[in-house]
Design a binder for this molecule. Structure first.
Ligand SMILES: Cc1cc2nc3c(=O)[nH]c(=O)nc-3n(C[C@H](O)[C@H](O)[C@H](O)COP(=O)(O)OP(=O)(O)OC[C@H]3O[C@@H](n4cnc5c(N)ncnc54)[C@H](O)[C@@H]3O)c2cc1C
Length: 495
């Protein structure tokens, strides 16, 4: 899909970077750099977008609509980034990466509707099962596993406390929260252990960290968790923990018919030859209010750049001049979570016959969280199994075949012998993908948001930052990615 580029004709059009510098008898270092940059450019556009995930694609689309000449440089041989569906031999499609959407994710759903991609509510009929630490199965209906009154009250109180604290955290500047210093000086783990005396409630809160943030409670700053709760909403609906963690009525309420990858590929089709694949960006040189973006095999000059990557990947690009230290230090401290995702495909969703909805939460096993991932018409069955946080880390050195077997052993334990023989098996090991290096969300450890957070969206010269990890609503989600891209484009269009 790489464009056939004619460097000489583009430069010959007289729009080369720093043309003025070439007329001076002697040059300042800045002029010399600009002239060098002009010489190095293969293409000149108004804005270069780095990364063709949902954020980069949404940014490019809006910039094009605003009349800008745009080029998108994507490292992989496909678009979508952490959104990627695969075709099955049975003719269906399964989501290797992101899949769920829910209430208040308005921009993503509006974009999908505009592109002709519909949503459907995930399968929720029947019982969920909770597996205790000793492997005992407890069937239940509703949002929470059965527990005694004292545990129920303790959990409710802790969730209320977290929501109340989250309501004090501004979504666009969490580091300005009234108690930001105190909240950012502790992990979620230390808060749970110090504030919740009931064993069951503590266990469920640690499980929420693993399931909803794909990270262990000891990894994450309490301020980050509160921010992540606060952004689980939109301009008119403040975020709350229940929406963030729920299936029905929450972040995992619905899926896209045919998968969300279509949202990315349809935007890519609209961008046409403005999109260049297999072009990892290695260097961004700024000079004289312009930038030269250097990818493998292609250099593009522009008056603005949108880097639509998770901070940790943005930090792997070389910048000249160097970025402000706060920004660089932020990218050194903003990891993506550890996540793998497996989907076992069957002829039928056989667990439904046993009155199960496919949802398991377990305190042991390689996979501790499962969902019914069958298509809307249930014409075949699919069980989705997450490996979050420590579970993803534990299998890092293991082959795909052994991970598959470990997941199937768990599925047999949860759903019976029929789970042992899927017709197909999909495995996404996101930590091992060069251009993801982890899943979602990104998160920060104590001390990061309050010391380095201000650099998350602050432009560096002509470089604007986008990506789900920069979003002020549904940060770390597809909704956040779309919003962040559109926001960066709006900022550029505003000038
Ligand atoms: C397993 C998994 C499950 C998820 N589940 C959900 C879910 O159910 N619902 C939900 O809303 N979200 C979910 N997410 C999160 C969601 O996928 C992301 O928040 C969102 O897709 C991020 O989009 P993005 O454009 O910001 O970043 P990315 O998708 O990471 O896009 C960045 C792009 O930049 C490219 N790139 C990287 N480096 C370079 C470089 N140097 N030069 C050029 N290009 C580069 C990458 O190849 C990629 O295409 C999930 C993520 C994973 C991994």
């Amino acid at each position: 899909m790489r464009q056939q580029l004619n460097r000489r004709s583009l430069l010959g059009a007289g729009v080369a970077l720093g043309a003025g510098a070439a007329t001076a008898a002697v040059a300042t270092p800045a002029q010399a750099r600009a002239a060098q940059a002009a010489d190095a450019a293969d293409v000149v556009v108004d804005t270069v977008v780095v990364g063709a995930g949902l954020a980069g694609l949404a940014a490019a689309r809006k910039l094009v609509a605003g009349g800008k000449k745009v080029m998108v440089l994507e490292a992989r041989d496909r678009v979508g980034g952490r959104v990627h569906d695969v075709s099955l031999a049975n003719g269906g499609t399964m989501e290797r990466g992101a899949q769920f959407t829910g209430p208040t994710q308005t921009r993503l759903q509006a974009l999908a509707a505009e592109l002709g991609v519909r949503t459907f509510t995930g399968y929720n009929t029947g019982d969920s099962v909770y597996y205790t630490a000793d492997g005992t199965a407890i069937r239940y209906s509703g949002a929470l596993p059965p527990m005694d009154d004292e545990s129920y009250q303790a959990l409710g109180q802790a969730m209320y406390q977290l929501d109340t604290l989250a309501s004090t955290v501004p979504v666009d500047a969490p580091w300005t929260a009234a108690k930001a210093e105190e909240l950012d000086a502790q992990t979620f783990h230390s808060w749970i252990e110090g504030n919740v005396s009931n064993d069951t409630a503590r266990t469920i809160l640690h499980l929420i960290s693993n399931g909803a943030l794909s990270a262990e409670s000891r990894d994450i700053s309490l301020l980050w968790v509160l921010f992540y709760i606060a952004v689980s909403g939109n301009e008119t609906n403040p975020g709350n923990l229940t929406r963030l963690t729920s299936t029905l009525g929450g972040a995992r309420d619905s899926r896209f018919v045919g998968g969300p990858y279509q949202i990315a590929t349809k935007m890519a089709v609209q961008l046409g030859s403005r999109l260049v694949l297999k072009a990892p960006v290695r260097r961004i040189v700024q000079s004289g209010g312009r930038a030269l973006v250097v990818a493998d095999g292609l250099s593009v000059a522009a008056s603005s750049v949108v880097v639509a990557l998770p901070p940790t990947l943005a930090g792997r690009i070389a910048y000249s001049p160097a970025l402000p230290a706060t920004r660089d230090q932020l990218t050194q401290r903003f990891p993506l979570s550890s996540i793998a995702k497996a989907i076992a495909v069957y002829d039928k969703p056989f667990w439904r016959d046993a009155g199960l909805n496919g949802q398991v939460a377990s305190l042991t096993g390689t996979t501790r969280s499962t969902f019914d991932n069958s298509p809307p018409d249930g014409s075949y069955g699919a069980l989705l199994a997450f490996l979050d946080g420590d579970q993803a880390r534990a299998v890092e050195e293991r082959s795909d075949a052994t991970v598959k077997q470990a997941v199937l052993d768990d599925l047999v334990h949860y759903f019976g012998a029929k789970a042992a023989t899927p017709t197909e098996f999909v495995l996404g090991r996101w930590d091992a993908e060069e251009f993801s290096r982890g899943g979602a969300p990104g998160f920060t450890a104590p001390g990061v948001l309050t010391r380095f957070g201000t650099a998350i969206r602050r432009p560096a010269g002509v470089i604007h930052w986008a990506g789900a990890e920069t979003a002020t609503f549904w940060n770390g989600h597809m909704e956040g990615a779309v919003r962040s891209g559109e926001q960066a484009a709006a900022d550029i269009l505003k000038g």
